[in-house]
Ligand binder design. Structure first.
Ligand code: ADP
Length: 429
């Protein structure tokens, strides 16, 4: 693991620990504060209820008019709105004569197993069926007062510890969940980072290998050019036939260097999306034939079988780019498979698809690497590639070109052994 990553993980790890410890301490504090509030409330709620009951009696005892009583009860309710959920007037002979807030909706807001308790003014006894005083586990209580004439006025009071309904233990558990979640997110982030770092390291290693390979690919033809030029300059070659061969070699090796440099420029341009294509309509048979002719001397007479389409196959593409793709597929077949059997090239068209297939009898491409060989700088790690020149950009360029022109390059296993590489382009009718 490199230094930056170590620093990152140390910082992330320490922050996570500080955060987790801080979070747990904070939640513990919150939990304690809430417990404290609950204890305080439990200590004073009996008194709270008695005061309410006295308020009811005190404010209503001299008022006889029903609407005035209702107004007073309304005001009391508004004043203690946080806990007073309902008000009522009750007469022994008529039952409930007025009530507000004691609707089913209000009752429904309490748990179904809510416990009801009643508390009255000291001098009064609770109506039958009501219990007093307020107990620790009461949820709702009635603070009531007898007004005379068989009338009772009262307030229904929410006695629960925590009016928001949130259980302090739940708060604690939620907090712990949040901290755990946070740690999980951090862990996932770190994993992603490790993967990104690994990818960057692989890419960087591939680039180094690529530069190494490219240097060899350039050095060999340049060394040949230098040697031939020195021979010519020293006057060692005099026969016209040998002179011509020497010039031809210089031209060929120079062409190889230019091809490598062009590939490099193409790689940069396709990466930036600035590669330009001069598209025109042409016969795919002709382009394939030209590419094959350029590489024919890489195969024995029996080693290359060509089957062109029996009619003109029009495609609208960049002929140079198409030739370059086919050359690359053939060059690979020559490098990696020609020793194992003949290579078959075919041009065909069906269902609006024009194709050039290059089928060989080589070792094939392992299934898990059939996509990877189209990544830039990727080369299968085996003896064959280790002993064969290459830079790992040919197939990447081939696919980029094909896709830019509306087609694709793919590889599949060939029945009986080997691979089939296919260049596909839309056919123009
Ligand atoms: P290069 O040939 O310069 O290494 P390419 O991009 O053309 O780069 O090919 C990428 C890799 O795909 C090669 O290194 C080789 O491992 C694999 N490959 C390509 N063509 C064939 C083939 N016909 N048979 C087996 N492996 C192949």
């Amino acid at each position: 693991m490199d230094r930056d990553l170590k620093i990152y993980f140390t910082v992330i790890g320490l922050s996570a620990i500080v955060l987790a410890v801080g979070g747990v301490l904070f939640l513990q504090g919150e939990f304690r504060r809430q417990q404290e509030g609950i204890r305080n409330w439990r200590a004073i709620r009996g008194e709270y209820m008695a005061t309410l009951a006295q308020n009811v009696q005190g404010t209503l005892k001299d008022t006889k008019d029903l609407s005035a009583r209702i107004n007073i009860l309304h005001d009391l309710q508004a004043e203690k709105a946080e806990r007073v959920k309902g008000v009522f007037l009750w007469k022994k002979s008529d039952g409930i004569i007025w009530q507000e807030g004691l609707s089913e909706t209000v009752r429904a807001s309490f748990p179904t197993n809510a416990r009801w308790h009643a508390v009255g003014t000291k001098s009064l006894s609770a109506p039958r069926g009501w219990t007093a005083p307020v107990t620790n586990n009461a949820d709702i209580a009635v603070a009531w007062a007898r007004l005379g004439g068989g009338e009772v006025a009262g307030l229904e009071v929410d006695l629960r510890d925590n009016l928001t309904g949130s259980n302090p233990r739940n708060l604690f558990a939620t907090g712990v969940c949040i901290v755990v979640l946070l740690l999980l997110v951090l862990a996932a982030g770190s994993l992603l980072l490790v993967r990104a770092a690994r990818r960057a390291r692989t890419e960087s290693a591939r680039k180094t290998t690529f530069i190494d390979n490219l240097s060899h690919e350039l050095k060999i033809p340049l060394a040949v050019v230098r040697m031939k030029t020195e021979h010519l300059l020293a006057g060692k070659v005099t026969e016209p036939e040998k002179l011509r061969a020497a010039y031809q070699t210089i031209a060929d090796e120079n062409g190889e260097v230019i091809r490598q440099v062009d590939d490099l420029l193409d790689l940069v341009r396709t990466g930036k999306g600035t590669r330009r294509y001069a598209c025109s309509s042409f016969d795919l048979n002709l382009a394939a034939r030209e590419a094959i002719d350029a590489l024919r001397d890489r195969f024995s007479t029996e080693g290359l079988k060509v089957k062109l389409a029996d009619r003109i196959v029009h495609v609208n593409a960049d002929a140079d780019a198409v030739r370059q793709i086919v050359r690359n597929l053939l060059d690979n077949a020559a490098k990696y498979a020609a020793a194992k059997g003949p290579v078959e090239v075919a041009v065909a068209c069906a269902d609006g698809r024009a194709t050039v297939t290059v089928a060989d009898r080589g070792d094939g491409v392992p299934p898990d690497q059939r996509e990877r060989i189209f990544e830039r700088f990727y080369r299968i790690d085996n003896d064959l590639t280790r002993t064969t020149g290459g830079t790992g950009i040919g197939l990447c360029l081939a696919r980029c070109f094909a896709r830019d022109m509306g087609g694709d390059v793919t590889v599949a296993a060939r029945p009986g052994g080997g691979s089939v590489f296919t260049l596909e382009l839309p056919e123009v009718t």
